[in-house]
Design a protein around this ligand. Structure first.
Ligand code: NZQ
Ligand code: ZN
Length: 383
């Protein structure tokens, strides 16, 4: 295990009715901008709860942050903040709203010429407006981490800064009951792949991180299909919500190697073809497992045994079986597992490889040894 410093400063309010808790978390002298998406919060009662919670606060709103939040939209919020003097942000929605609001928080306080450089040039975020969030879609972990992903046309880029980590996050599983089966499935798969990107590398003798990661994977395999089969089961939703938060709040990733190859290739699939984030991951991960089986052999065998109980056969046979079981789980969640499943083929691989090159994705993986040619091979294995 490598050395690390760990702190997760986001205060979590978990459970039914917890939206009310934000009243005490946001100072009364702040002028709050409530940000949200395309309107789901207006039809599922969340907006009303926010209105009630903020009845003694001074607040305004900015709607229309789209899935895979767009830079131009977010900059409109920045203009509003500057014109009207907001000094606190409250994101209400899924990962896109939370990510978009993180960028707004950083861009509103940015001193340089062009806030796009926070993403394109990875300019450090020196300061940001304070923000909290009410999460309505368990998936990204954005509610208690310091990352955000923003799109501008076909460019989908990420930045990380402790300055944009939410001060608090409300996780009320009842807010997730209005999600479509597609969004439920996407969330489970995204969280699953977050765990895998921090787990499926090489053994680092980090037993807490490994066993915690394995517990999260088992939860998702157990509860994910239930969320589709019995969508009204609140206990299932609660377990998925807490699992998704833990999957990317930093804890399982401390002191261990990580490999975000699946996400980096996945972002190009979303940027170029508009495929939902999680659905890009279910296409790419099995191909990464196949192509990088030598580098990942130790952890693949551990994964096979501890997650699926696979102990019989040669190492290669056990790894094949684990990859098959992973695909089986994704199919249960009704997400695509190949490029063909989303009507893409060999002729699209050049486009994806060029985008990876443009974005500097030339040395991916836990060893930094996944070259652009290796990414091409991964995409071919995903056909
Ligand atoms: O916009 P509204 O009307 O709210 O509808 C949304 C949206 O259409 C809807 N939705 C959300 N909560 C709902 C609901 N519909 C009914 N009931 C509810 N309770 O769901 C749709 C998708 O929402 P979105 O926020 O886009 O989904 P998700 O949470 O999966 O976020 C995806 C974004 O997060 C990024 C992805 O790249 C993508 O841009 N990620 C962020 C990460 C991070 N910050 O750490 C890590 C992830 O790997 C990921 O990259
Ligand atoms: Zn993700």
């Amino acid at each position: 295990m490598n050395k690390f410093t760990y702190q997760n400063p986001t205060r979590i309010h978990f459970g039914e009715g917890q939206i009310a808790a934000i009243a005490a978390d946001i100072p009364k002298d702040k002028k709050i901008l409530v940000t949200y998406g395309g309107g789901s919060i207006k039809s599922n009662g969340v907006y009303e709860q926010v209105t009630q919670a903020l009845e003694d606060h001074n607040w305004g709103e900015f709607a229309g942050i789209e899935p895979n939040p767009q830079y131009d939209t977010l900059m409109k919020a920045v203009e509003k903040i500057k014109a009207e003097g907001f000094d606190y942000l409250l994101a209400v929605g899924g990962g896109s709203v939370v990510d978009g609001t993180k960028f707004i928080a950083a861009a509103a306080a940015y001193q340089g010429e062009d806030p796009w450089n926070i993403l394109a040039q990875q300019h450090p975020v020196e300061s940001a407006l304070p923000l909290g969030c009410i999460l309505t879609l368990p998936a990204t972990g954005s509610e208690s981490n310091s990352g955000a992903v923003v799109s501008r046309g076909k460019d989908k880029l990420a930045f990380l800064s402790p300055k944009v980590q939410p001060l608090f996050a409300v996780l009320d599983p009842t807010t997730t009951l209005s999600l479509s089966p597609r969004q439920v499935a996407n969330g489970v798969v995204d969280a699953f792949v977050h765990v895998m990107e921090q787990y499926l590398t090489f053994p680092a003798n980090a037993k807490v991180q490994d066993r915690f990661a394995e517990g999260l994977l088992l939860n998702l395999i157990e509860e994910g299909p239930k969320a589709l089969a019995t969508p009204d089961d609140l206990d299932v939703r609660a377990n998925i919500m807490w699992t998704a938060t833990q999957a990317l709040n930093g804890l399982i990733g401390v002191g261990v190697p990580q490999d975000w190859t699946t996400h980096m290739i996945g972002h190009e699939l979303t940027g170029n073809y508009g495929i939902d984030h999680a659905r890009t991951l279910s296409i790419v991960l099995p191909a990464v497992m196949k192509e990088r089986r030598e580098d990942k052999e130790g952890k693949l065998l551990q994964y096979a045994e501890r997650i699926f109980g696979i102990t019989e056969g040669t190492a290669d046979e056990r790894i094949d079986a684990a990859i098959e079981q992973t695909i089986h789980f994704f199919k249960q969640m009704e997400v695509p597992t190949s490029l063909t499943d989303v009507d893409l083929g060999t002729s699209d691989i050049d486009t994806l490889v060029s985008s990876l090159e443009k974005h500097g994705m030339l040395a991916l993986g836990e060893h930094g040894n996944i070259t652009i040619d290796d990414s091409r091979a991964i995409l071919q294995a995903a056909l």
